[in-house]
Design a protein. Structure first.
Length: 416
């Protein structure tokens, strides 16, 4: 029979000595875990936050847009064009995704734009407008101009009309609302005028960006809502709680699926994988959103799957190779599943890598976590879960040493 023409990713019958290197890899994991903690505290010290939280956790504004063509019919817009429009306008740190809602007559396709900003006014623009008020309207005797949200409170010796104030706002790219709250009479004590000039918020500014970037399309603001910091903290607590619940259920599953010896190793591997993903996100200052939490849960599931396959092979070989030591059984088991592990990890990594390279927004965020998770989950199922299982087995389940069977005693025959 002629040899087959297939190429092996790994030659059959590998005999890698994994157990002999367990201590080295465990120390490496400890070092990486410590590095993750250091990076988190460094971010807190330098940037003010442990991680780059998005609006889901830190709060901000959500704006829902719908789009109509010139005929007045609802139409769909490519999310890539919307992202490009905001990027060209200098609006970064936005989460943009498609959304469908019902307007009473049917389903409408729109865009959900999330921004960490609460106001349509940037700090540098606020100072610029306040200074411009005092310079360009000096003949009105401007005494003070201070911002509160999207409203400018002005005190002056003479009244200022909206027509006079509008050019000052438009010079900084802001649009003044038609109505301004103005006291008709000066203050009886000081003779000064107190006036309030309000600008359009984020929704109107973003609408103008889209109208300019999408010719032939009219952008409509459907809904604007704010997410407070307290709501973000609650979401963050819920996310951590979901990870802990998942971890507990994983341990219970493994305790029933195999026995209690296997559960701590799997839990240690899963925690390690989650910490490594968090560490990379912190080191690269990648945005952390609810999608990231979903990706973390997916990574935990993938890690458990790899660990279960490894433990299943170890359990089978424990029953089949009773004449071999537990260390040798672990080496044989990992070598037997090595080709399958490499092929599965390579396939998942390649798929998510393409999503990470060519994807945008939440898809890219999810794929980035999966890229890291596939690597660390494959590593931990071999070099972390198995060593913990080995340590528990030898310390508490090795049992008393087997007693050697004494040779049969031959009684001498009585003399005749």
């Amino acid at each position: 029979m002629s040899d087959h023409k297939f190429r092996y990713m790994l030659p059959p019958g590998t005999r890698f000595q994994f157990v002999a290197k367990f201590k080295t890899w465990i120390w490496l994991s400890v070092a990486l875990t410590v590095a993750t903690v250091v990076v988190l505290f460094a971010n807190k010290s330098i940037r003010g936050e442990y991680m780059n939280w998005t609006i889901d956790f830190s709060g901000g504004t959500e704006v829902v847009f719908a789009f109509k063509d010139k005929a007045g019919q609802f139409t769909e817009v490519d999310a890539g064009k919307v992202r490009t429009a905001f990027a060209d306008a200098g609006e970064g740190d936005l989460d943009i995704g498609e959304i469908r809602y019902s307007d009473g007559s049917g389903s409408v396709s729109g865009m959900l734009v999330k921004t960490p900003r609460f106001s349509g006014l940037k700090p540098e623009i606020a100072q610029q407008v306040a200074s411009a008020f005092q310079q360009k309207l000096a003949d009105r005797g401007v005494l003070r101009a201070t911002w509160s949200g999207d409203r400018l409170f002005v005190r002056s010796k003479k009244p200022i009309s909206a027509a006079d104030a509008a050019p000052v706002f438009s010079a900084s790219g802001l649009e003044l609302k038609p109505a301004a709250s103005t006291t008709a009479k000066p203050d009886e004590g000081t003779g000064e005028y107190s006036q309030v000039f309000a600008i359009w918020g984020l929704d109107r500014q973003y609408q103008q960006i889209l109208d300019k970037a999408l010719p032939g399309i009219d952008a409509m603001v459907v809904q604007t809502s704010g997410v407070g910091a307290k709501a973000g903290d609650k979401l963050r607590d819920d996310a951590v709680r979901s990870l802990l619940y998942a971890l507990v259920l994983i341990m219970l599953y493994l305790a029933f699926r195999f026995d209690i010896r296997y559960a701590p190793g799997a839990a240690f591997a899963v925690i390690h994988d989650a910490v490594m993903v968090i560490g990379v996100y912190a080191a690269t200052w990648t945005e952390v959103s609810l999608t990231t939490v979903a990706a973390l849960l997916t990574v935990m599931g993938y890690s458990v799957n790899e660990t279960v396959i490894s433990f299943d092979r170890i359990r089978e070989n424990e029953a089949r190779l009773k004449d071999k030591s537990i260390e040798r059984i672990i080496d044989i088991s990992i070598n037997e599943r090595l080709t399958r592990t490499v092929m599965t990890a390579s396939t998942v990594f390649a798929t998510t890598l393409i999503m990470n390279i060519f994807g945008t927004g939440l898809v890219k965020n999810f794929a980035f976590a999966m890229n890291i998770g596939v690597v660390v989950a494959t590593y931990s199922s071999i070099f972390l879960a198995a060593p913990v299982f080995l340590w528990i087995s030898k310390k508490w389940y090795s049992g008393p040493p087997r007693r050697r069977r004494a040779p049969p005693r031959i009684e001498p025959e009585p003399a005749s």
